[in-house]
Write a protein that binds this ligand. Structure first.
Ligand SMILES: NC(=O)c1ccc[n+]([C@@H]2O[C@H](COP(=O)([O-])OP(=O)(O)OC[C@H]3O[C@@H](n4cnc5c(N)ncnc54)[C@H](O)[C@@H]3O)[C@@H](O)[C@H]2O)c1
Length: 383
């Protein structure tokens, strides 16, 4: 899938509004949150329009080591300051929240530099490059009374809320099992997706893992198999490269009390409905219980409804066909809004850390051929 098609298919706009009500630990004096964006590549073209429309955001700086990209974004979005390195950015114009949209392998060290310099951070996934690294960053943030969050924002969709409410009400009876899948044919613009520290688990599986743990609860253990199906790729920035990170993965999660879920993801999935899955009626996520089942139509990052079946005689009913203001690229706007209004967002840093541990454990399970027990957890239920 090339970059233009990918962006066309994922271009949506909207302002985030789904926030909780617990007071934030961070007391920022101003109404608008001053934001610096690092990484002015593909995903910034989705974040910046959303951020620029958010009433609680002031876009102060942008930064890219490919400086022409920072210059272009500064011009397009009237951002007053532009830099070519994190050091210059941190020493430059004052800001409150770093939005990290760089290569996956760069996240941990850039997030650490920003937190050390006293900045709050919203990071694209993964929030760090190892579970230990993510845990250390979260501890660093807390020790400095800063906030640190990681993508994705899937828990903000009204479809997630609906599914969560049905589970809470017991509509499905005794829940037993779930399945989720997400894949496409792989990005063509940057090599990092296929290099060590990249891979389909942190780029794609991360959404389904966040959704299913968000719905069914923290996982206790993981078993997985991963593979590389396409050993060489041709990408815009480096030509033909050897693929080092998994482009095909299956994982099974044990959520406790007998509940299990299965997630599959990869960079070799043909989808006739295109990347965003528009127009499809298929479920990408399904949960089964003793008295009902429900399926999410479309992908969890771009959902089109939830089909609920609870009757032997009546057909299933589609609920919440409209995502409302939810769009996947709203994460940084939601966080800025939360900081400015002193409210707690539904997106939870410990949830992102748990998802990161699952990704690491899935790889270890595949390498070692055994079940891996997890350490981390997060506040649940989320709604
Ligand atoms: N592309 C998408 O639609 C999309 C969607 C959701 C999430 N993401 C995530 O967003 C992140 C970025 O993906 P992308 O597709 O935008 O990649 P990209 O290659 O298009 O952009 C990354 C940018 O970061 C810059 N960069 C890297 N390291 C840097 C550093 N140390 N200092 C300054 N700049 C640096 C690069 O020069 C590049 O311009 C990844 O974590 C990816 O998983 C991407």
């Amino acid at each position: 899938m090339d970059r233009r098609l990918f962006l066309e298919q994922t271009a949506m706009a909207g302002i985030a509004s789904l926030l909780g009500s617990i007071a934030s630990i961070n007391e920022l004096p101003q109404k608008k949150i001053r934001i610096a964006v690092i990484g002015c590549g593909s995903v910034s073209t989705q974040y910046l329009p959303h951020l620029s429309k958010c009433e609680y955001v002031e876009l102060v700086s942008c930064c890219d080591r490919k400086f022409d990209r920072a210059e272009e974004k500064a011009k397009t979005y009237s951002i007053p300051n532009k830099y070519a390195s994190i050091e210059a950015l941190l020493n430059g114009a004052a800001f409150d929240l770093l939005v990290n949209l760089t290569d996956m392998q760069e996240h941990e060290h850039l997030n650490r530099k920003a937190l050390t310099a006293g900045k709050n951070v919203w990071s694209e996934k993964p929030m760090a490059n190892s579970y230990a690294g993510g845990k250390a960053l979260l501890e660093l943030a807390e020790s400095k009374k800063l906030r640190f969050w990681g993508a994705p924002a899937v828990v903000n969709s009204p479809q997630f809320a609906f599914m969560s409410e049905q589970l809470k009400k017991g509509t499905l009876g005794t829940v037993a099992t779930a399945h989720a899948h997400y894949g496409h044919t792989g990005p063509t613009w940057s090599a990092f997706f296929y290099e060590k520290g990249g891979g389909s688990l942190p780029d794609l599986g991360v959404y389904n893992i966040a959704t299913l743990t968000g719905l069914l609860g923290p996982a206790k253990a993981v078993m997985a198999m991963t593979s590389i199906v396409t050993p060489k790729r041709t990408v815009d920035d480096k030509g033909t490269i050897d693929v080092k990170a998994e482009d095909n993965a299956h994982i099974i999660l044990d959520h406790g009390k007998g509940v299990m879920s299965h997630i599959q993801c990869g960079f070799n999935y043909f989808d006739p409905y295109g990347h965003e899955g528009k127009g499809q009626k298929n479920h990408t996520i399904k949960i089964w219980g003793s008295h009902g089942n429900m399926g999410l139509i479309g992908y969890d990052w771009a959902p089109f409804g939830v089909e609920l079946a609870t009757s032997w005689t009546e057909p299933p009913v589609v609920h919440v066909p409209d995502p409302g203001t939810y769009v996947w690229q709203q994460g940084a706007s939601v966080i800025a809004t939360a900081l400015a209004t002193q409210t707690e967002p539904r997106i939870n840093a410990y949830h992102a850390l748990h998802v990161l541990e699952i990704i690491e454990a899935a790889r270890a399970s595949s390498d070692q051929g055994k079940k891996i027990t997890l350490q981390s957890s997060f506040p649940w239920p989320m709604i």
